[in-house]
Each structure stands twice: as structure tokens, then as C-alpha cells.
Ligand binder design. Structure first.
Ligand code: HPA
Length: 234
């Protein structure tokens, strides 16, 4: 047990999928895994461990925003020795070529700050994904026929941004989408020599205002879970 995770040592698999929403973790575990066991429910942040095609995997909520994800990923890595961590979540599209429902695989993350900012001081650290996971995820998405974009994303600190000029500058510099967690995931993976990737569905679009209807969200989320599982175990 850790401060925020009630799982016993050994209850967490080496591969962890991280949706922001704990109820998405429950849905994904019940839909895609066999022999599912609830391993955490501290503060309602649900985590499940089960089997996928003979491979042991944990699906655990991260919460929203980098401070929340940082707590869970620190403990998953340092206390439970998680080795492969894949965020599955949503993002806002920031380019015309990116459509609602498309998948974005984040190579690198741009931020104003992460919970790790203090240790870098004036250094602009560039958090990046694991190449093997990216490669595997791209081919899994292609095989499923899911339109997929590979490139940089923006990990924001606030959803209700009072500085919309920041989003404009991100679009101008080719950033594909905005979410709120991946930069800290990639930073922690780099620090502890783990594999990390963010697989994101475009749930809304900052340029067009379009949003994914709620009935489509489950299917898009399911595609992401399968892409992440294929990426981890290929
Ligand atoms: N901003 C930040 N995070 C998000 C968004 C957004 O527009 N959409 C989904 N996650």
C-alpha cells in the first residue's frame, strides 16, 4: 500500500494503462480483460488488474491534470515497479488536418510547467515518448483503420484558459492537440527509465468548436484501449 494506492505489492502489473477517468478504467477492464480484480479504490481512483491475450495488465485512473497524474505515476513506478505506462485519454484538436474522433500519438509535449518544473530551473526539458511504443501503436492504429496523427502536443495546466493566445501560438507552431497530463508522464518515465506513451482521441476541436457526441465516446475510447494494449505487448 502507498499513500494513494491500496493495492498490495504484486497486485499491479508491469504494464499500466492510465485513463484520466476512474470509471473509464472500470469499463476498459471489464470490457477487454479477463480475470479482472479491483486493486485500488482509495479516494474513488479505481484500478484493476487482469489478463489480455495472456499478458498481465493494470488499468488505473490518473485523475485530471498533471499534479494528480504525478501522484499515481510516482507511486506506480517507485512502489510497484510499473515499467510501461500508457495514457489513454482525450484531447482538443489544434490543427485543421486533425478531426474529431482521430487519434493522436504524442511524440513530444510542450508545457508552461509540470510538477517537475522545480528541478529543471532555467532548463527547458523536452519530455518525449518511447519509440517502440509509438511504433507499435502507430501500426496497431493503422491496422484498425483509425485515422492517426503523430507529433507534438501541448500539456496545459488549466482547462479554462484565460490566455487563449497560448493556444494560438501552439496551433501556429504545429502542435496537434491539447490535453493536461502527458508531459508529466513522459518526464517521470524519463527520470526512472520507464516506457511511456500518450494515445489520445480528439474529443473536441479548438478551431471548429465541434465536439464528439457522447454516444461515440465509448467506441473511440475502446479503440484507444486496444491500440494501447497492442502497443504494449507487440
Ligand atoms: N483542453 C485541455 N484538455 C483537454 C481538452 C481541451 O480543450 N479537450 C480534452 N482535454
Amino acid at each position: 500500500m502507498t499513500v494513494h494506492i491500496g493495492a498490495k505489492l504484486g497486485d499491479i502489473a508491469e504494464t499500466v494503462l492510465l485513463p484520466g477517468d476512474p470509471y473509464r478504467a472500470k469499463w476498459a477492464a471489464e470490457t477487454f480483460l479477463e480475470n479482472v480484480k479491483l486493486v485500488n479504490e482509495v479516494r474513488g481512483m479505481l484500478g484493476f488488474t487482469g489478463m489480455w491475450k495472456g499478458n498481465r495488465v493494470t488499468i488505473h485512473g490518473s485523475g485530471m491534470g498533471m499534479p494528480s497524474l504525478s501522484i499515481y505515476v510516482n507511486e506506480l513506478i517507485k512502489d510497484y515497479d510499473a515499467k510501461t505506462l500508457i495514457r489513454i485519454g482525450s484531447c482538443g484538436g489544434m490543427q485543421d488536418k486533425v478531426a474529431v474522433r482521430d487519434v493522436i500519438l504524442a511524440t513530444a509535449t510542450t508545457t508552461l510547467s509540470t510538477p517537475s518544473r522545480g528541478i529543471f530551473k532555467e532548463l527547458q526539458f523536452a519530455p518525449t515518448c518511447d519509440w517502440d511504443l509509438l511504433h507499435n501503436a502507430f501500426h496497431a492504429a493503422e491496422a484498425k483503420g483509425v485515422p492517426t496523427h503523430v507529433g507534438g502536443i501541448y500539456s496545459a495546466d488549466v482547462f479554462y484558459d484565460e490566455r487563449p493566445d497560448l493556444n494560438e501560438q501552439m496551433t501556429r507552431h504545429g502542435i496537434l492537440g491539447v490535453e493536461m497530463e502527458a508531459a508529466e508522464l513522459y518526464t517521470l518515465a524519463a527520470r526512472y527509465n520507464r516506457r511511456a506513451l500518450a494515445v489520445l482521441t480528439v474529443s473536441d476541436h479548438l478551431l471548429t468548436g465541434e465536439a464528439l457526441p457522447s454516444e461515440d465516446r465509448e467506441r473511440s475510447f475502446g479503440d484507444m484501449v486496444e491500440i494501447a494494449l497492442e502497443a504494449a505487448f507487440t
